[in-house]
Design a protein around this ligand. Structure first.
Ligand SMILES: Nc1ncnc2c1ncn2[C@@H]1O[C@H](COP(=O)(O)OP(=O)(O)O)[C@@H](O)[C@H]1O
Ligand SMILES: [Mg+2]
Length: 274
């Protein structure tokens, strides 16, 4: 047996020896895995036997009528809500049901809420800087050595989000779309493995929507991105695989063309013009 093979075998046997800060292990499957997840609020099943698998680097769109359980699903993934039953795994190694919200965030799961929460009085650059220093994994003694690296990352994120020209402007005077991109940029500072984005284009102009689509599709491959969105035109423009949630479980899954021609999907969206 070659040395490489025996090392690989040893790693499989002694997986627990791999330090915690090692990348999420996706050798044995998807980056995110939900199995038979259910949660009730006062007897009402908001999530009902939900099964969902997201691959490493995938861009997945999740659609579904109001009350389908989309936000609750994100609450479960990020640890805000604990399900009554089921399994939720990040990679093959991290059982998210045993972890709290900050621990899950530290693993590399970033969540963007609908309403932007940038620091309006600070510049775009300072907002990104702050997002990096909020990273508890950066030890204070390393900060000096990392500062060059941190600046490089800020430049990288400014380029990705198209905010180079806004670098020194106060976040408060940015357009609605630019604030949303800045907030995505703040999440990117931490190099998340999985980004959850709730209704990113609500309130955006056509042009801003197009730019947001480009940003989200450019992230796929480097990290996994799950986008919950109501705007069907937008979903159609970025979608690869689409999951339709209805009454807390998966109603249909496939390409946008497949799901939008599915009679069950048409039925639940009747009148909403999918
Ligand atoms: N904390 C909660 N307490 C009671 N009911 C809730 C709570 N969170 C969500 N729900 C209910 O669960 C259902 C799913 O809600 P939600 O996940 O917000 O749906 P969506 O995001 O798809 O519109 C809704 O009927 C909602 O009223
Ligand atoms: Mg919602």
């Amino acid at each position: 047996m070659s040395i490489l093979q025996s090392l690989a075998n040893r790693d499989r046997v002694f997986e627990f020896l791999v330090p915690d800060e090692s990348p999420v292990d996706v050798r044995h499957g998807p980056i995110l895995y939900l199995e038979d997840v259910s949660v009730s609020f006062d007897g009402f099943k908001a999530i009902d036997d939900l099964n969902l698998t997201i691959d490493d680097g995938e861009l997945r769109c999740i659609i579904g009528p109001n009350g389908a359980g989309k936000t609750t699903m994100m609450d479960i993934i990020t640890g805000k809500t604990k399900p009554d039953r089921g399994q939720v795994w990040f990679g093959s190694r991290h059982n998210l049901l045993t972890m709290n919200e900050p621990e899950i965030a530290t693993l590399g799961i970033g969540r963007k809420f609908q309403k932007p929460t940038v620091f309006e009085a600070l510049s775009v650059f300072e907002n990104l800087e702050l997002a990096m220093s909020a990273d508890k994994r950066v030890m204070p003694t390393l900060v000096a050595r990392l500062s060059g690296e941190a600046r490089d990352r800020i430049d990288e994120v400014l380029a990705m989000t198209g905010l180079q020209a806004e670098r020194d402007r106060a976040a408060g005077i940015l357009s609605h779309g630019q604030k949303q991109w800045l907030e995505i940029g703040m999440l990117l500072m931490q190099r998340p493995r999985l980004l959850l984005v709730d209704e990113p284009v609500a309130g955006m102009t056509e042009q801003e929507m197009e730019r947001t689509g480009e940003l989200l599709t450019s992230l796929a491959g480097k990290q996994s991105v799950v986008v919950v969105e109501h705007d069907m035109g937008f979903v159609r423009s970025i979608a690869r695989k689409v999951t339709v949630l209805h009454q807390g479980s998966v109603l249909a899954e496939g390409s946008m063309d497949q799901v939008s021609s599915d009679p069950r999907v048409v039925e639940v969206y009747l009148g909403e013009g999918i």
